[in-house]
Structures are given as C-alpha cells and as structure tokens.
Design a protein around this ligand. Structure first.
Ligand SMILES: Cc1cc2nc3c(=O)[nH]c(=O)nc-3n(C[C@H](O)[C@H](O)[C@H](O)COP(=O)(O)OP(=O)(O)OC[C@H]3O[C@@H](n4cnc5c(N)ncnc54)[C@H](O)[C@@H]3O)c2cc1C
Length: 241
C-alpha cells in the first residue's frame, strides 16, 4: 500500500504520542496519532525516527481501521540507542514516522487455514491482522495463534481470549510462557522447533490449504522456518533482530 506523503511535503510525517502504558519497566504499549494520509496494511511495520535520524522498525498492533491511532508495543534494551530514547517519550511529544509501511506478514486470503507463530513483541502484527479480519463477517478463514513469550507479553491475552470465545471455531489462541533458566535459554531454539512442530502436527491441517506466518526473534524462529521449508509448508516470516 502506498504511504500518503503529501506531494512536495516533508520526507517524514509527524506523529503524536497519545498515550503510553508501561506494562513493566521494560515493556510498553504506545499509542500514536499518525499524520493524516499515513496508511498501512494489517501485519506491516512502520519506521520511527528519533533525533539524529536514528530509526528503527516497529510492528503495528492496531488495525488500519483504527487510524489515525497507531498502536505499538516496544521493549527497552538498556544499551539500545533507540529504545532508550523512545522510553523518554511522554504523552503529547512528537516522533517522526516514515510514510511507507512495509513487511510480508499481511493476510494471504488464498489459504483457508492461517497459522501464526510469534515470540515476544512479534505478536503485534498478528494482533493487527486479527483485529482487522475478525471484525468483519467471516470469509471462511480459520486462525491459530501460538504466542511464546514472557508473562508480561500477555497484555493482549484477554483481548485474544475474548475474540476466541466470541468467534468459536474461527480463532484458536495459545500462550506459552518462556522458561527463564539458563539451560532453557541455551536450548530455546531447539525447544521452539520441537514445540512448534508438535503443535502444528496436532492441528492436522492440510498443507495445501494452509499458510504459516512467523514473527519474532531470529534465534528462536530460524530453525522453525527451515523445518517448515523442509516439510513443504508455505510460510512467511519477519524477524526482529
Ligand atoms: C521488522 C521489525 C519489526 C520490529 N518490531 C518491533 C516491535 O514491534 N517492538 C519492539 O520493541 N522492537 C521491534 N523491533 C526491534 C526494534 O526495531 C529495535 O531493534 C529495538 O527497539 C532495539 O533498538 P535499540 O537501538 O534500542 O537497540 P540495538 O542496539 O539496535 O539492539 C539491541 C539488541 O537487541 C536486539 N533486538 C532487537 N529487538 C529485539 C527483541 N524484540 N528481542 C530481543 N532482541 C532484540 C538487536 O538485534 C540487538 O542485538 C523490530 C525490528 C524489526 C526488524
């Protein structure tokens, strides 16, 4: 979708911080007011620009119909140049935004079975897609979302549970908390691979009618992507790091 940069206007749009919610000292939800004309497709990411042209991509958790409100979920990296500055934003502040949104995790209507696997804040694009798809009459698609994350990332849990129970048979949502031991962290990639494979197999889906979307940390999902490829599943992915 084309961004709405005004002809001859500035290269960057200006967004306003409408609200922030600190879920923990290192995780926040941020609601921006996007500039008029900004557009995106559910599942894409936008690019925020802070001082000195420091810029980073962020998934959009809100649906396009919620514009001009743009909802993001951000994690703080104590040594991270961008997120440390992002954390200083307060309601009423401004932040620059690139006009174009990007990303492959948009809804592919050709597949009846839509399987989403997210780690941590990688759940955001799927929130956007589900808010977008599940507020209009059913098109015959079915959705499964597996979110592997830390407990605080359950911020979207109640909304997803409510959607799943309002639309039984259309959305199946599972949250798996990550184990915190050093041993689990070391084996996280292989645990993820085995867990996703077992979960996907348990759904008994026809691969010809199914697309799998992966979003999150590379170290957790790269092996899953390779496995899906080897086993002939159609998939799309976007990594955070
Ligand atoms: C397509 C895309 C979408 C993204 N969407 C989001 C989003 O919705 N919310 C969000 O908080 N971040 C998101 N990121 C990450 C974000 O763009 C920045 O990388 C992050 O804010 C850290 O930037 P920094 O300058 O503070 O730290 P940096 O110094 O740039 O990064 C610090 C380290 O953290 C790694 N890293 C980045 N993100 C993560 C993560 N989530 N978990 C673990 N390690 C990570 C980086 O690779 C690097 O090693 C996204 C990245 C991409 C590529």
């Amino acid at each position: 979708m084309r961004g709405g940069r005004p002809k001859g206007g500035p290269a960057l749009g200006r967004a306003y911080v409408l609200r922030r919610q600190d879920l923990t000292p290192e995780l926040m939800r941020l609601w921006l007011q996007a500039p008029p004309g900004f557009s995106f497709r559910a599942g894409q990411h936008c690019t925020l620009v802070l001082e000195k042209r420091l810029e980073r991509p962020f998934f959009i958790a809100s649906a396009p119909w919620e514009l001009p409100v743009l909802e993001l979920v951000a994690r703080l990296f104590p040594d991270g140049a961008f997120s440390r500055r992002l954390w200083r934003l307060e309601e009423g502040d401004t932040v620059s935004l690139r006009w174009q949104a990007h990303g492959p995790l948009t809804f592919d209507r050709r597949y009846r079975f839509q399987v989403m696997v997210a780690t941590s804040v990688g759940v955001a694009p799927f929130i956007s897609v589900l808010r977008d798809r599940l507020q209009s009459p059913s098109t015959g698609h079915r959705f499964w979302l597996l979110h592997v994350g830390r407990g605080e990332e359950l911020a979207y849990g109640p909304e997803l549970q409510a959607l799943a129970s309002r639309l039984p048979g259309l959305l199946d949502y599972s949250f798996v908390p990550t184990a915190r031991s050093p041993e689990a962290a070391r084996r996280a990639g292989s645990l993820m691979l085995r867990g996703v494979r077992r979960w996907l197999d348990s759904l008994c889906l026809d691969p010809r009618l199914t697309i799998v979307y992966l979003s999150g940390r590379r170290c957790l999902l790269e092996g899953v992507a390779r496995d899906l490829e080897d086993r002939g599943w159609r998939f799309k992915y976007e990594f955070l790091d």
